[in-house]
Write a new protein. Sequence first.
Lengths: 675, 257
Amino acid sequence: MGSNSDSSTSSDDSTSQNPNPNPIPNSASIDQSLDAIEDQLTSISLAHPNDTVSDAAASSSSSGEEVFKDAPNGSILEDENHKERSEGEIVEEEVVGDVEEEEEEEVREGSLVWRRVNSEVDVDRPSSPSSSGYAGERGSSNGGASSGSGIEEIGEDRICDEAGNGRGEFFDGASDSQAPPWVPGKRHVDEDDASVSWRKRKKHFFILSHSGKPIYSRGDRVKLVRAGKHQVVFLVKGPIYLVCISCTEEPYESLRAQLELIYGQMILILTKSVNRCFEKNPKFDMTPLLGGTDVVFSSLIHSFSWNPAAFLHAYTCLPLAYATRQAAGAILQDVADSGVLFAILMCKHKVVSLVGAQKASLHPDDMLLLSNFVTSSESFRQVQLLPYFTISNCSKNLVLLAACRTSESFSPICLPRYNPMAFLYAYVHYLDEFLNFFNNPVTFDRDFPVFVLQVLEHERNDMSYTPCQVDTYLMLLTTSSDAFYHLKDCRIRIEMVLLKSNVLTEVQKSMVDGGMRVEDLPVDPSPRSGFSSPHLSQSTLAIDSPDRYREAFVGIGGPAGLWHFIYRSIFLDQYVSSEFASPIYSLRQQKRLYRAYEKLYASMHDKGVGPHKTQFRRDENYVLLCWVTQDFELYAAFDPLADKALAIKTCNRVCQWVKDVENEIFLLGASPFSW
Amino acid sequence: MGHQYRGAYLRIPMMTSRDRVDSLSVVALSSGDYSLSCLPQPEYMLMAGLTVVYYLSRWGPEQALGKSSGLSGGLNSDNGGAVDAKNLRVKLVLLGDSGVGKSCIVLRFVRGQFDPTSKVTVGASFLSQTIALQDSTTVKFEIWDTAGQERYAALAPLYYRGAAVAVVVYDITSPDSFIKAQYWVKELQKHGNSDIVMALVGNKADLQEKREVPVQDGIDYAEKNGMFFIETSAKTADNVNQLFEEIAKRLPRPSPS
């Protein structure tokens, strides 16, 4: 089901862009150049001696980008970049090496200024603080880049709601005082459109009702407006209008998909029957109905810059031993057979196990929205700062974690992909960490109970690293509104089994251990041979010896300069992403890589895609390699100086590696995918 | 007595009543090799003790030990009534406008804590707390703390259906919330249990200087509708325990047949 919907979504996208095929490719190329400026300092700090960027710091930048039709599986990649150049200021340069095609874009300061001047969004809404708000945007993002202070992070993630009467009411304000689930320092209390921080945001989302119809009342055909650096993307869903104004240069498809998700989140809270309110009263004010959910939306928007599930339309699993996940799956299955529609055990945004009743399948987008809803709503967890003891003896520092017992919740929710019209009822319970302590052995004396608490051993230095959050939660979904006590019983059964089979301890361990690391990529047993790297021959890093990557890239990423990868199994609707490692350390860099992947994904799913497709793209930030087959998609980021042949080889090894450990990183056998 | 797990274990006296829990201040370590140290903040020690005890009292030994089938009686029925004459179990629902402090009252009652950062309740939260009365009966409250948002109003019957007690809360600084409270009272009179015990609670009593709903208004309205009335402050804990104790006293006792 999931894949079907995916493909239909993408075909929707392609039809919708037919009237105007140009903007999307443009966005890709423009983004390269704008990124180039932001990223110069980073590139320089990486100290690649002959980096073409080094002279660009003054007033211009150039980004070398090569796009290959790739050989390994003999597919032909129609290169859209030809079309992309129809607009914009492009200067071609030769890059040393066997570049089949390289594309150089130079963005001069002048053109940037010009763009800035033109970046006033031509929105003729009467109350359009947004358009003026964007003028200063460019400067701020540059400042963020050059100072490396991460100012850019501020420029993110706002949601505004303007409902019914066309009067804007911003979702933030009071909600900002709530503890946000992410970097707390970056949120702004009492921010509104008059605030500097609001104006600095790179992306704004609006939800409007059609009675407040602004410019796009000209017709539903307007899907995208481009004003200089800014894109305005529209999505019309009956009486609900969703607008994104962005200068992040994300592809149109990505922004549209984000609007779809925001709409889906709204449906999850209200169901589609909210439309009826508008039918009865076109001036219906939806704002009170969404009361208290601002944090849900801002968390979702935040996930658009870190959670690959948002653009991959796939979910990810917490790595666990096969037997452990099986044990969890077995008890969930047991429960599902007793009238529970979906039983889902998750840890943060990662799935531990998931089971659906017969023929019920859960779309990955629904999972994203559901887990976002649950994790962002503090009321589900109701956990005070968790107290913990340290028990120490002379040699070791033993840390004992403790947590408060969390409450149980029962709430109506709607899964937009499952049935947008109807509520399901969700029993949500965070499994408190106490369960981890009450593993065997536990003794209990009736008169004087003694609980033996499990003591976790940690290095002294890990003290602050000790997870102090309750992150594992169980969601039981049912169609029956009076099933609470049944679900509560189910939960108790599940908890008991999880306890006995040590699942929660393993979950905890996996959270600490993390997932796949590029530096752990198994060495290819076959001899490395036959590669030469003429186009990198000038690089001091390129030592032409079989062992060169080991010497050259030691300390930065994995073999052959592999920095990061995402592997998406098409059949399973699941992806696995490697842990971020040096040099992708900072949030800023992670976000930039996220955007690069996002763009790569969009370009790969753009139009009629053949069964096999590869893309090799080099700019001054990365080498990005994408490989799409019928079974999987692989996205990999390498050092910008990585050798192409070696990178391809490494990707093959990554795929092999993923297949070798698929028992542990994927949820197998319980795929929600249905034929 | 007891196994040792990696050399250390905690010995915690079983506590059942709230008063004794509050007095617990020492968590003893029974292994001589270890010392309890390095608490992030000293008061957490007490909190952790409380937490453990709550865990014990709420789960009971069988469940915590995993000996229970998980389906033993007591938890899986939807009746709001009593278990026996000595040990009552009642379903209680809190209703009221959003932001009046329903969750704060519950948290004050159940955990003895106050969290000034408001967390919007989603749907409804289910918590339970047992209190012991002077006549040595115990009352276990199974509390439905409902969300005050408009979108959940239509779902309220889900939570108040079968409830033995309804606590309707308003904020003494907000006349709107008082009007909303009256709406809930009417709704309960129409659709609730006929013998439901209703309490009208004016919360945020600590904000006297911002008061906009006179005490007398609350008293009068409660009297007219046969309700028990009290003003509370979840922040200062004023009258919170009293609220639940008063409710417990007013519960119809099952005839000892």
